[in-house]
Design a protein around this ligand. Structure first.
Ligand code: CTP
Length: 397
């Protein structure tokens, strides 16, 4: 299952560290190699010798010396692995990761790695429920960190609730999932999703009916084919997918800036329903009625066209895919849009109210490429996403 795969296992300082010894055994039994790293606190719970003996590898310790650096620098150590696993991930380690601290070997490796990171949290239930830990968890998930557990149950401290580290076999399953090779392994795909909100004043905005469902399903499908996904999302109603890097934005201008930050990418799919105009004279304080019955005069300015900008940019991804939401003459408008925006493909859909597509769970699309138009049957947004992700994988192969 893990043949040829190398896991860098950071063992944090918690009572669950003893389970990590079993995890080492299980990873090896599945054919993988484990390079253990012990934090200083972990050494209070397990010995470097036992980790080293079970892994049959050198153990890297917080108290590393220059000989280690000469043999293998921390940058190289963090990148030689296929996956970095933190088990147990203590509240302290999660906080360091969320804030980018790098003051010991484990946190430095986590900052330096270019590989995916999977954490298996373990801590007292109150520490897990603490708003600080939950905030850090949200940050880590948004950074694309994968999370296994924690489980609910009786804890070493005698309390009951979520916080127990998952059993090694479940963590092994999450490792196998994270390391599953797909046709998009090693590829970076950017996806924009959701609506944008364009402020009128600090409490009001202009928006549209996009739920973000299609973009989210697409990001998940691309992730499942092994891609590293950067997900730039406006304020969507569906939650952002896990295991992808999330860039939350509000306005079209913010979205363009986030897209630029996330580039370069092998492919980019622009599924967001970007507002075409922003309010140029948005007020900095709440607009008030003046008693005369006169409505405020809003002045609009055109927003940047993110798709067209990136399609013409120096860092243009090899494959640029746009969506075309139309209410009439879908094919004609979408074909013209493909040429105008300079993208390779357009996924056209009919969003007239009668279709129920905008904000709904199904989509009926026509894929327009240089070879012409391909009509897909009406299907769930997940199925559209899977089909489109497979086509993207073919195009990048
Ligand atoms: N798009 C974008 N930035 C914008 C507007 C649209 O990136 N400011 C992208 C959308 O994400 C989508 C494609 O362009 O992939 C087409 O969006 P759509 O709203 O259908 O087209 P418009 O550019 O708004 O064109 P029109 O107003 O003529 O329908």
């Amino acid at each position: 299952m893990l043949a040829g795969k190398r896991v860098l296992l950071i063992i944090g300082g918690g009572i669950a560290a003893f389970k990590s010894l079993d995890l080492i055994r299980q990873i090896r039994r599945a054919g993988g190699t484990v390079v253990p790293v012990l934090t200083r606190a972990a050494e209070e719970f397990v010995t470097p010798l036992s980790a080293s003996a079970l892994a049959a590898e050198k153990v890297y310790r917080d108290l590393f010396d220059l000989t280690d650096e000469a043999e293998m620098g921390h940058i190289e150590l963090s990148r030689a692995a296929d996956l970095v696993v933190v088990a147990p991930a203590t509240a302290d380690l999660m906080a360091k990761m969320a804030h980018g601290l790098a003051n010991d070997l484990a946190s430095t490796l986590l900052m330096a790695t270019d590989k995916r990171v999977l954490i298996a949290p373990a801590m007292n239930v109150r520490m897990w429920d603490h708003p600080a830990t939950q905030r850090n968890l949200a940050v880590l998930k948004a950074d694309g960190v994968l999370v296994a557990g924690p489980d609910e149950g009786e804890m070493a401290c005698g309390e009951f609730g979520p916080g127990r580290m998952s059993e090694p076999d479940r963590i092994l399953g999450a490792i196998a999932e994270a390391l599953r090779d797909g046709p998009l392994t090693g590829r970076h795909v950017l996806v924009t999703s959701g609506p944008t909100h364009e402020p009128i004043d600090p409490v009001r905005y202009i928006a549209n009916r996009s739920s973000g469902a299609q973009g989210t399903a697409l990001a998940e499908a691309l992730r499942d084919l092994g891609a590293k996904v950067s997900f730039v999302t406006g304020p969507a109603t569906v939650p952002a997918p896990q295991g992808v890097s999330v860039y939350p934005v509000e306005t079209a201008k913010d979205m363009l800036a986030a897209v630029r930050r996330a580039l370069p990418a092998d492919a980019a799919v622009f599924a967001a329903a970007v507002a075409d105009w922003r309010v140029e004279n948005a007020a900095t304080s709440k607009m008030k009625k003046d008693g005369s019955g006169a409505a405020p005069a809003l002045e609009f300015a055109e927003n940047p066209d993110i798709l067209a900008t990136i399609a013409k940019a120096k860092k243009r991804p090899r494959l640029v895919v746009g969506f075309a939401a139309e209410t009439n003459d879908v094919l004609e408008h979408a074909t013209a849009k493909r040429a105008r925006k300079g993208c390779d493909w357009i996924v056209a859909n009919d969003v007239s109210p009668a279709t129920g597509i905008m904000g709904g769970s199904e989509n009926a699309v026509t894929l327009i490429t240089e070879d012409g138009a391909e009509v897909w049957p009406r299907m769930g947004k997940d199925a559209v996403a899977a089909k489109l992700a497979a086509r993207i994988a073919e195009a990048l192969a």
